[in-house]
Design a protein around this ligand. Structure first.
Ligand code: FES
Ligand code: FES
Length: 158
């Protein structure tokens, strides 16, 4: 199996690494870069726990090879906050009760982040559609949707 040199930015920091062709992006982020905020739940593309942003688009990193992100800007949940200041989505998830377990929440946040960056004022239906690939076996999703809508309102005037 060939080794490939890849370069990308991860949460704004330049990264260069040699990776096997079949190295999953999820494994690369978690094991090589020690960014364990990204979770692996199903490893089959169903649960969304592993969602990260690649050039602004939500990607299930358990289905994506690290080499596929060569030259891209990758963002993980660790990159959401600015220093000690939580991202407005993180704040609204806390405030509105959208905060769930450590497995599903990072992926939910990243999918929601991609949505708000492309559609700053989504409807509840659009939020549900954007989070359609993020599963939680424990919730009715209502507070998660409310959290995303609250974060969208918090962007008003920015
Ligand atoms: S771990 Fe990737 S979708 Fe479940
Ligand atoms: S899977 Fe995270 S709270 Fe249900």
């Amino acid at each position: 199996m060939g080794i490939h040199q890849i370069e990308m930015t991860v949460n704004g920091e330049p990264v260069r690494a040699d990776v096997p062709a079949r190295r999953l992006l999820a494994d690369f982020l978690r094991e090589d870069l020690h960014l364990t905020g990204t979770k692996q739940g199903c490893d089959t593309g169903i649960c969304g726990a592993c969602t990260v942003l690649v050039d602004g688009h939500p990607v299930k990193s358990c289905l994506s090879l690290a080499v596929m992100s060569r030259g891209c800007a990758v963002r993980t949940v660790e990159g959401l906050c600015q220093g000690q200041t939580l991202h407005r989505l993180q704040q609204s998830f806390m405030r509105c009760g959208g905060l769930q377990c450590g497995y599903c929440t990072p992926g939910m946040l990243m999918s929601a982040c991609a949505l708000l960056e492309s559609n700053p004022r989504p409807t509840a239906e659009q939020v549900r559609a954007a989070l359609g690939g993020n599963l939680c076996r424990c919730t009715g999703y209502t507070q998660i949707v409310e959290s995303v809508l609250a974060a969208a309102e918090a962007t008003d005037g920015d």
